[in-house]
Structure formats: C-alpha cells, structure tokens
Design a protein around this ligand. Structure first.
Ligand SMILES: O=C(O)CCC(=O)C(=O)O
Ligand SMILES: [Fe+2]
Length: 354
C-alpha cells in the first residue's frame, strides 16, 4: 500500500487548504513538491525590535514640528529598511477583524466553490484564486493559497461569501487614503513637493493590486515556505495580517522577524519606488514563513502606477554622479513580466537594471 506521503505526492492538490483538510485529518508530513529537501530554507531570523514604527496621526497632524519629525523618521526608514510599521492609522480595528473573518469564510468555502474564481485566461484576469505557484527555478511549491484582485481603478471582488465584497470595498477605500498620505510623507522626505510621487505615477488612475494570502498550518514548517524571498512591484505596499507571525524582512542581507502588533499596518517600498528614486530608496526583500499550529492570513495591496505609464528614474534623482540605473518599462508590462517570468530570481528589477 502506498505510504501517506506517496499517495499525497500522486495527487495534484488544487489548494493547500484542500491538502490539509483532505480525509479530515492534517497529514503528518508534507508532499515532496512542497519540501526544500535539497536545500532546506533557513527560516531563522533576528528579533525585529529595531524595525521603525511611524505614527500616522503625527504625520497628518497640523503641528508642523511633529510632522517634520515624523517625515524625517519616515525618510530614514525608507533609506535604511525600505520597510516600516504604521500605528494610529485611524482605520477601525473592527473593520480589519471583519475583513479577516470574511477571508476565513472564503478559505472555508468548498473547493468547487473556490474553483469558480480560478484564473480563466491570464494574469490580467480581474479575479484569480490559486495556490502555490512558484515560477522561479526551484519550482518547489509554496505553502500558500491566494486570491488576487484588481481593486483600482475598477473594483473587482468575488461575489461570495456574503459581505466579502462590501467589507473589502470599505477597507480598501480607507486604506487608499492612508496610502496617499504615506506617499505625501515619502515625497516630502525626498524633498520634492508632497503630491510629486502620486502625480508622477498618475495614481488617480493607478493600479491597486490585492492579494489575500492564506497559509494553512503546515506539519513540517521547517521544510516548507509560505513565500520565498522576493521584492514586490509597485511604489508602496500595505500589508495587514491576522495575529499570527510569519513575515520576515531583510536588511543588509540579515533577516528580521516582523512581530505582530494589533492594528499596526506593515508597509514596504516596491520596485517602482526604487526605479523612480533611481535607487535612493530600495525595494525591500521579504518572505513568509509557515507554522504548524494556526492558519495565517495576510492582505496585501500593491499600489502602483497607471498601467500605460512608462516608469523611469525621475529627473530629480538623476545627475552626472547618479546616471539612470534603470531603463524605462511600462507599468503594465512590468506587472505581467513579474507575474509570469519563469526565470525570475529574488526581484524583477533585474529586468530593467542598467
Ligand atoms: O504574507 C506575508 O506576510 C507576505 C506576503 C507578500 O509578501 C506578498 O503577498 O507579496
Ligand atoms: Fe511581497
């Protein structure tokens, strides 16, 4: 008789959730397609106590001195980490709780119901449910299911579970305001006019791309990864997670755990911030680990340019000492390359680096 591992190996699972719930019992080992047998990932990381925390309420306050101080902290976070946490952002905690509840309900829908949302045509599909896909050369599958949506300029959402779409619209509308104010702060920290980055990327028509990531409990978390090290496309990425740790961020080649704080948002700079600032601010390398106990859910929104916008280093950051370090590429083309490349390493920036 086939061992449990073999029999799992022979199946192509449509989702990790399906894999862990099949037979109503979590398997005690993971199928080989998910395991880094040859080169187990070293998920160890240092405590992230030094990760910068930005007080959003001060960033938007009328008090000029307070604001200047926070803009300065923001600039330092962008230079040193390309990553920071945001507190006092004003979006009610209950709204995120309601959204995570809807994410869980989505995850617990039957496999058939979820398959209705799987990719039909290509990565430009407005709604995509899927699992695992690791296009990079290792091909080891990620211990992750996802729902990817285009939220802006047109809003797309699955029509079930009930209330998912309405709650997501409310969260994303509020989060877009936070994104705008953070970008104002980042612009100021670069000593350009506060609407500079937003206007440059034509973000009134910008593409907001959303990913709900589900990481079910994993029987062998030391062998699997949720998401391997990568950078994100976009200017600014806002991430909210349920109260389960798993995100790690790299600074100068060293990994740090991002602790979970109730009602903090996590923000990383994306590839297009690096391109626009000609490398002054860096796109942060990060990854997601998995655990054996609890399902982790993260909601990530990647805020980017209008799809036809050619993104190049902005003139303000180019001079004789700093020649352009990236060639121009249309935002939409970069997105497609990022989502489909089978040769991508850690970052798609290699596509445009001069
Ligand atoms: O789940 C996380 O913490 C990371 C998610 C992420 O990096 C992504 O979706 O790009
Ligand atoms: Fe990411």
């Amino acid at each position: 008789m086939a061992s449990p591992l073999q029999s799992l190996d022979q199946n192509i699972f449509s989702s990790v959730q399906n894999l862990v719930t099949c037979g109503n019992k979590v398997p005690n080992s993971i199928p080989s397609q998910y395991a880094y047998f040859q080169n187990p990932t070293d998920s160890t990381a240092l405590p992230g106590d030094n990760i910068p925390v930005i007080d959003y309420s001060l960033l938007i306050s009328e008090d000029h001195d307070q604001q200047t101080k926070v803009v300065c902290e923001l600039g330092k976070a962008c230079r040193d980490w390309g990553f920071f946490m945001v507190k006092n952002h004003g979006i009610p905690e209950e709204l995120y709780e309601a959204m995570f509840q809807k994410c869980e309900e989505f995850n617990l829908m039957s496999e058939d119901e979820k398959q209705e949302f799987k990719m039909k045509k290509d990565v430009m599909d407005r709604i995509k449910f899927g699992s695992s896909n690791n296009l990079s050369s290792t091909r080891v599958r990620f211990w992750r299911d996802y729902l990817k949506l285009f939220l802006h300029p047109d809003f797309n959402s699955p029509h079930k579970p009930q209330g998912f779409s309405e709650t997501l619209l409310e969260v994303s509308t509020k989060q877009r305001e936070v994104m705008k104010n953070l970008l104002r702060g980042v612009s100021k920290s670069l000593e350009v006019e506060e609407s500079y980055l937003y206007n440059l990327a034509d973000m009134d028509m910008g593409m907001d791309f959303f990913a709900m990531n589900i990481y079910p409990p994993c029987p062998q978390p030391e062998l699997a990864v949720g998401l391997s090290p990568h950078t994100d496309f976009g200017l600014l990425i806002i991430l909210a997670s349920n109260e389960v740790a798993g995100l790690q961020i790299q600074q100068n080649g060293v990994w740090f755990n991002v602790d979970v704080h109730p009602n903090y948002l996590m923000v990383n700079l994306g590839d297009h911030m690096e391109i626009l600032t000609n490398g002054k601010y860096k796109s942060a390398v990060h990854r997601a680990t998995v655990n054996s106990k609890t399902t982790r859910i993260s909601m990530v929104t990647l805020y980017g340019a209008e799809v036809n916008k050619l993104v190049v280093p902005a003139p303000e950051f180019v001079d004789d000492n700093n020649p352009p370090a990236y060639r121009g590429m249309k935002y939409g083309d970069y997105f497609i390359a990022d989502q489909t490349s089978t040769t991508k390493g850690v970052t798609s920036l290699d596509l445009v680096r001069i």
